[in-house]
Design a protein around this ligand. Structure first.
Ligand SMILES: Nc1ncnc2c1ncn2[C@@H]1O[C@H](COP(=O)(O)OP(=O)(O)OP(=O)(O)O)[C@@H](O)[C@H]1O
Ligand SMILES: [Mg+2]
Length: 255
């Protein structure tokens, strides 16, 4: 794994919840997650719907306070260094959250300004990123006119605007056709080649296998096991990660 970029210790999230009788209680969505992610590693969180993937990402990206546990980036406590960490990370959320009334270019511009980038730097970077994913021609179109695949590509480019060293992607290729999925995989591989630490969630086994150095299997908020895809198969003697997940959790990862 090398030097850790990110360390989670007993990371836990409990949401308020009403039980069947209407009594106020809580539900543990993420339960004492402890693991580290290496610098430059591509790390996958694999689990079915409701496993706690988005909740974990929201805590790691400082969008949500954990109920308990700690997060460290580069050895430093995340809460104490929140501003530094926000500069370090880029986030591709599970659901598209553009300003629908703005154009492609304006959405990028807005994000660049939030990162306090100067005008020249913004223009050059937006040009570079849109060019890279062949979205330059639609720069002046409203985002609502983009196809699903174009929106996904734009969402990733937006997250890269400030040259993050850690890129979070929450189910980056959900509902995309195989061709667009492959392009996004290429993009993620390129980021990794450039030394970016990649943390992605998925419930596509083949995505975890194709992209990740190591995979954490998550079931109902629990870390079931963590290993490289090759080791998972070796130690269980099973051919695919889907079989491994089923064996370890008794559940299928994708419904
Ligand atoms: N804001 C919230 N309030 C209450 N419960 C929540 C909230 N967000 C998530 N949960 C619950 O926490 C659990 C984990 O949800 P989470 O969204 O983290 O899962 P996920 O693995 O990302 O699922 P999916 O694959 O469907 O995106 C689920 O049982 C969910 O219902
Ligand atoms: Mg989710």
């Amino acid at each position: 794994m090398g030097t850790p970029m990110m360390e989670l210790e007993n990371l836990t999230k409990q949401y308020p919840h009403k039980d069947a009788s209407g009594k106020n209680t809580y539900k543990t969505a993420v339960d004492k997650l402890t693991f580290s992610v290496g610098k430059g590693e591509a790390f996958g969180l694999l689990g079915p719907n409701g496993a706690g993937k988005t909740t974990t990402i929201r805590m790691l990206t400082l969008l949500m306070e954990p109920t308990s546990g700690t997060i460290r980036y580069d050895g430093q406590d995340a809460r104490a260094h929140a501003q530094d960490i926000k500069r370090l990370i880029g986030v591709v959320p599970q659901h598209v959250n553009f300003d629908q009334d703005l154009t492609v270019g304006e959405n990028m511009e807005l994000h660049a300004r939030l990162h306090h980038m100067g005008r020249r730097e913004r223009e050059a970077r937006i040009h570079e990123l849109l060019h890279y994913v062949e979205l330059e021609d639609v720069k002046n179109d409203g985002v609502r006119r983009l196809s699903g695949g174009m929106k996904r590509r734009l969402l990733i480019m937006r997250a890269l605007i400030h040259h993050p060293r850690v890129l979070f992607l929450d189910e980056p290729t959900v509902a995309l056709d195989p061709q667009v999925r492959r392009r996004i995989w290429e993009l993620i591989r390129t980021m990794k080649e450039q030394g970016v630490t990649v943390f992605l969630t998925t419930h596509y086994i083949e995505e975890a296998e194709a992209l990740c150095d190591r995979v954490a299997m998550l079931s109902q908020g629990h870390l079931v096991d963590l290993d490289s895809p090759a080791h998972f198969k070796e130690k269980t003697g099973l051919p695919t990660l889907e079989d491994v997940f089923l064996k370890l959790t008794g559940k299928k990862v994708s419904s």
